[in-house]
Every structure is written in structure tokens, then in C-alpha cells.
Design a protein around this ligand. Structure first.
Ligand SMILES: Nc1ncnc2c1ncn2[C@@H]1O[C@H](COP(=O)(O)OP(=O)(O)OP(=O)(O)O)[C@@H](O)[C@H]1O
Ligand SMILES: [Mg+2]
Length: 402
């Protein structure tokens, strides 16, 4: 009997054990799961804390007062410096400790605390956005073949620009300095800008194009600084060709009677002359200027040692016009019987730009007629149309060409 009881008890016990073991397994699993969740939540917390920190820092950054840009004028024996900010007088200020001493040099561009004007950091020297924005075409895709009727002028500009860049030994052997600058003069639309681009193409040089009027700035001294930075960039990117288009906007004659604006332009011009004098003619920076108002240029620009090679770009003659017509039509779908010579004869007095406009107009007439080829009649109409417009333009007085 006792045996029976014991066995029953035993059975119940093992049943219970099995139950408990099962329960235990489930609990262990649950605990593992919760453990995992906890770890996840903890890492999430860490992530969010980091995010909060980042946002706080960002907020802090946005709240910091602006820094003033200034220049170091002088460094005093006690370690303080004299700074000049864009406005007002010079100040003697302290510098932040974390700035390396060797970076603190006279002339350095620095950031100043707004309240104390203490130097908070040294900035890299700036190239002005205008200089950066100056058209740097690594390699313009215009070639000499795209310039019509200027064979003599091409030879001249090659001698003056290409040879010093590509074959400096020629000049060294003979013992002369090549001309420093080349000035292209001629009526509007005769291909001055085009020619300069073709030269840059041929020499594989960096082509830096700046229009003179961009150098005329609002604040005193800005224009001169731009000129300096322009030449600095040209030297860094050498071999390079600096092409200053519409040179007359800074190169006009200096007059005794002048407004303060004129004086600023003159300052820019003087900086330009100084840069011209400063660089080595055999160096690999070449300058080309272009203007359609040579009559108003300051004589100082043209004296030997500056723009000493003047190339006059003429209005194209008959043969040149033929050639320019061919250049601008060679990608066009032309009908039979196009007579370039008749067109060139018709377009007497037209410049390269006029001819380009005529060719475009002719194409427009064809499109208007729903044709995909251009006929002689289109060209005749186009010549008349453009010519009518440009004749009125050419009547404007006062323009002289050498
Ligand atoms: N000799 C030429 N051969 C081929 N195309 C020409 C020639 N001259 C002018 N052109 C055409 O006319 C356009 C304008 O010429 P370009 O810009 O060189 O004139 P420019 O002499 O610099 O005039 P501006 O004095 O007004 O600056 C050129 O893009 C080109 O398509
Ligand atoms: Mg031009």
C-alpha cells in the first residue's frame, strides 16, 4: 500500500517537475528576449542622446555671434596684434591661444570676435569670387580654322603669345624679350574674342577671361585687389593666358579732372600696369587685351614693355567674308547652287558677327518654310535683313580705329 502511495507521489512530483521545467524554459526565453529589448532600448537611448547633443551643438553654433573679418597689420612684442577690420580704426587685440603662432603673420586674413575683436582664427587668403568666376576654360574648343580671313593676324598673335609659351628658347637665343602683352583692336564683332580663344586652344593653356568692367568695383581698393588676385591665379594655373576683354573700361585715359569713381578706376589701372611691369616676359603667363575703343586707351598701357604688340583686326574684306561664310555654314544642310562669292559681295561691310547672324537668319527662314535645307534665296533675304539692322548701327559717330 505504501508502495502504491510512494509511486503516486513520485509520479505527481515528476509531473510537477516537468511542468516547472517547462515554465522555467519559457521564463528563460522571456528573460532573454527582454534582455535583448533592453539592450536595444539602451542603444537607442545612446543614439538619441547623441542626437540631442548634436542638435544642441548645432543650436549653439547658430547662436554664436558672427565674426568680423580683418587683417593683421602688425604684431607687437607682447604677442598682441594690431588688426584692421573693414570699418573703422585699427585695434590692438589678443589672439586666441589655439591659433598656431606661425599662422599669425602681418597681412593674414583673420576672423575677429565681434565684441572684443580678439583674433579667433586665421583664414586662408581669399581669391575673390569674381576672380574664381572669371571664365576659366581649361581648353576652349575654338581653333584657328574657326577664324576666317585673319591669317596675317593669326601669325602675329602666334608669334607673340604661342612662341613665348611653347618655344621660349627662340627668344632666349636671340637675346630679346618677347612682347609682354598683345592688344587686339578693331570694330565690334570682328573676331577679337574668337581669336583669343583660338590661341588658348592651340597652346593648351588655361584661358582666364575677364571683362574689364568686372574689375570696376564699388569700394576703394577692391579693383586693384582683384587685379592682383587675377594675376596670382594666372601664375598658379600657368601656363595660362589672361584675356582682358573690353579693356577700355579700365584702361581709359586718366584725366586731371575726375570724380571719385574715376579715380578708383584709375587705381585699378595702375595696379594693372604694375602687374604688367612685375612679371617676367618669358614666364608662362601671357596677356591679351581686346578693345573696340583704342582711341580712348591710356598711353601708358601701350608703351613698350606693356601691351607692346598691337594687332588691328580689320573688318573682313571680300575674301575674308567668303571664308567666314564657309566657316559658319559648314555644319548646315545647304541646297544646291549656293554661291558664297555672291553672298560675300552682297554683304559688303559686314563683320564676322554680322555674317554669323546672317547665316542664322537664313536658317530661320528655312525653318519658317518648313524646310530642312537652306537655299540661296534664304541667304539673300537674311543678308538684307541683318544688313538693314547693322547699317543703322554703324552710323553711330565717334569710333575710330587704328
Ligand atoms: N573672322 C571671323 N571668323 C569667323 N567668325 C567670326 C569672325 N569674326 C567674328 N565671328 C563671329 O562673330 C562672333 C562674335 O565675334 P567676337 O566675339 O570675336 O567679336 P569681338 O571682336 O570680340 O567684338 P567686340 O569688340 O564687340 O567684343 C563670333 O563668335 C564668331 O561666331
Ligand atoms: Mg569681344
Amino acid at each position: 500500500m505504501e508502495d502504491e502511495q510512494i509511486r503516486e507521489f513520485h509520479e505527481k512530483l515528476s509531473e510537477r517537475i516537468a511542468l516547472l521545467e517547462d515554465k522555467n524554459d519559457k521564463l528563460v526565453e522571456a528573460s532573454r528576449r527582454i534582455e535583448g529589448e533592453k539592450r536595444y532600448v539602451e542603444s537607442e537611448l545612446l543614439r538619441l542622446q547623441k542626437e540631442v547633443k548634436r542638435l544642441r551643438a548645432e543650436l549653439e553654433r547658430l547662436k554664436t555671434p558672427p565674426l568680423i573679418i580683418g587683417n593683421i597689420r602688425d604684431i607687437l612684442a607682447d604677442g598682441r596684434v594690431v588688426v584692421k577690420s573693414s570699418t573703422g580704426p585699427d585695434f590692438i587685440v589678443n589672439t586666441a591661444e589655439y591659433i598656431a603662432k606661425e599662422n599669425i603673420q602681418t597681412g593674414a586674413r583673420v576672423a575677429l570676435n565681434k565684441q572684443t575683436l580678439a583674433v579667433m582664427g586665421v583664414l586662408p587668403p581669399s581669391l575673390d569670387p569674381i576672380v574664381i568666376g572669371a571664365e576659366i576654360i581649361e581648353k576652349p574648343d575654338m581653333a584657328y580654322e574657326d577664324v576666317g580671313g585673319l591669317d596675317k593676324e593669326i601669325i602675329e598673335i602666334r608669334e607673340a603669345v604661342e612662341d613665348p609659351l611653347l618655344r621660349p628658347e627662340l627668344y632666349k637665343k636671340v637675346g630679346i624679350d618677347p612682347p609682354k602683352g598683345v592688344l587686339l583692336i578693331g570694330p565690334p564683332g570682328t573676331g577679337k574674342t574668337l581669336l583669343a580663344k583660338a590661341v588658348a586652344h592651340q597652346t593648351n593653356a588655361t584661358f582666364i577671361r575677364l571683362v574689364g568692367s568686372e574689375l570696376v568695383q564699388k569700394y576703394i581698393g577692391e579693383g586693384a585687389r582683384l587685379v592682383r588676385e587675377l594675376f596670382q591665379m594666372a601664375r598658379e594655373k600657368a601656363p595660362s593666358i589672361v584675356f582682358i576683354d573690353e579693356l577700355d573700361s579700365i584702361g581709359a585715359k586718366r584725366l586731371d579732372m575726375a570724380t571719385s569713381g574715376d579715380r578708383e578706376v584709375q587705381r585699378t589701372l595702375m595696379q594693372f600696369l604694375a602687374e604688367l611691369d612685375g612679371f617676367n616676359p618669358i614666364g608662362n603667363v601671357r596677356i591679351i587685351g581686346a578693345t573696340n575703343r583704342p582711341d580712348i586707351l591710356d598711353e601708358a598701357l601701350m608703351r613698350p614693355g606693356r601691351f607692346d604688340r598691337i594687332i588691328a583686326i580689320p573688318v573682313p574684306n571680300f575674301e575674308a567674308r567668303c571664308e567666314i561664310f564657309k566657316i559658319h555654314t559648314h555644319r548646315m544642310n545647304l541646297a544646291e547652287g549656293i554661291d558664297f562669292e555672291a553672298m560675300a559681295k552682297e554683304a559688303d561691310g559686314a563683320t564676322g558677327a554680322d555674317i554669323k547672324a546672317m547665316v542664322t537668319e537664313a536658317g530661320m527662314f528655312a525653318i519658317r518654310d518648313n524646310r530642312d535645307y537652306v537655299t540661296m534665296a534664304d541667304f539673300e533675304k537674311a543678308v538684307d535683313k541683318v544688313f538693314g539692322e547693322s547699317l543703322t548701327r554703324q552710323k553711330e559717330p565717334g569710333v575710330m580705329y587704328a
